[in-house]
Each structure stands twice: as structure tokens, then as C-alpha cells.
Write a protein that binds this ligand. Sequence first.
Ligand code: DON
Length: 303
Amino acid sequence: MDYEALLEHARAAARPVLGRAAPADYIPALARADPQAFGMALATVDGEVHGVGQWRTPFSVQSVSKLFALALALAHGGTALWRRVGREPSGNPFNSLIQLESEQGIPRNPFINAGALVVTDALLSLTGDARAAVVDFLREETGNPGISIDAAVAASEAGHGHRNAALAHFMASFGNLHNPVDDVLEHYFAHCSIAADCRDLALAGGFLARHGLRADGSRLLSRSDAKRINAVLLTCGTYDAAGEFAYRVGLPGKSGVGGGILAIVPGRGAVCAWSPGLDAVGNSVGATAALEDFTERSDWSVF
Ligand code: DON
């Protein structure tokens, strides 16, 4: 398969929409990103890597980190987590408070902010350091010791994190956070603020393409748990646009407001596209266009 040609074609397909949408600005540190920036990389299950554009430029991974936090929480703590967080698409914005009251503080899924706060809380209890657990995992899967938390982004999130604080306090009132709210928020903001590039994320997503096996061949998750995470990614990973993303791209995927989207092709590999301009839901316009082109033209598909 001529991956370079496929990636170049995907990049060309994204070009017309680059600069048409603005980066996230509710976290001020993200607003400075260049809306014209674009990168894309894929990593096969064997660790072969290809990339185009700014695929080695680090960006803020934001909600893409939620997928690693979930995998690690399940790996360390098993399926008890699912008593505290659901597996249904929310149909609401990723930072919505609206369902939490009628659903007694149990978030709809682990990828909306409320769900990721519960996952971070669980990972903090299980490991003693949720932020380090995610950073270490990314470094190990990619062989890149340079992956780290961008302290300026984390501070910017914390300074403007009223909605996440509201979600966390509200869930704490239902007994669905076990650690102090401020600790949970600190670890959550920190893992969202990790800076990594398209290559890093494509490699780090490999365990889901290898049915739970890490880059070194050891097992992180059972085959069944890897299947389940991919399923929840497909239905919930791109929020209230998960249906549209499934229609256009057809892969389990996780987006972040830094403009990255990591998509998984079980048995084949993982592919990450990045461009900072976002649609109204918070998914990257350029990354979605590139992934759509890539899946239309390659045999990297689950359908
Ligand atoms: O909590 C937040 O709002 C951000 N740290 C993450 C949100 C995000 O990336 C949603 N993704 N599209």
C-alpha cells in the first residue's frame, strides 16, 4: 500500500477547508494556534510510520488524552469503572451539565468532560498520579521521552475551567468522585494539556489496533476490553457529531479541541490528523476532511 500517496491525497483534500474555521478560544492558550496548520500520520500495527505536513509538530492533545486515561483506568481497575460512567452517546455538547442532574451524577460516557473527570478520578485512586500515568504511557508507546505537559496550557485551562469545576463539584455531590475535586481537576487539566504530535498519537493508539497489546507486545487490555473501547469511541468519541463522523470517516475516533483526531483501524493501525480549526461541536474540520478522504480511498476501514 502506498501510504505516502494516500496521506498526500488526504492532505490535499483537507486543504480547501484549512483556515475556514477558528481554533478553540475558551481555553485562551489554544486560541493562538495557526488555523492553517495541518499534519497527519499513520502507524501500522507493526510500528511502521508515515506522515505528511506538520506531522512532527506537537499540539495540545486535549480530549484525545481521555482515551488513554480510560484504557489505563480499565487496565488498572477493571470493569468496576462502568458502575460510575455510562456508555451511551450524550447527544449534548462535551461540556454540558444538563444530563447529570436527571441521571444522578453518572455521566453518559467516558469521553464527555464529566465522564473523563470520573475516569481521571478513578485513575488517580488506582495509580496515585493520573497525569504521570498518561504521560508515561505515551512516552513508552512512542519511544519519545519529550512528550510532556504544557504548563502554560494547563494553567490556562485551570484559569478558565469553571464549567469543569461545576461538573466535578456536581458529581462529587452525588458521591461519584472519590478524591478532592481540586486534585481531580488538576490531573484532568494536566493530561488534557499534554503536547504530542501526529506520529506520537498514531503510535500511542496502536494498542487498540493490536486488540489490547502494547508496542512491546505485553498486554494492556483484554481483547474484549479493546473491542469495547473501540466501540465506545465509534459511538461517543466525537461527541454529538459521532453519527456524522461515523458516516463520513467510519472509524472509532477521538477528537480534541487542540484540533487532533486519532482514529483506530483494528488489525491495521492508527491514524492521527491535526488541524486547529474546529466546527461548532469541537471537532477539527481539516482533520475530519483528511480522515474521510483517507478512509474513502484506502482499505483502512471497519466497514
Ligand atoms: O475540558 C476541556 O474542555 C478540554 N480540556 C478538553 C475538551 C475537548 O478536547 C473536547 N474535544 N473535542
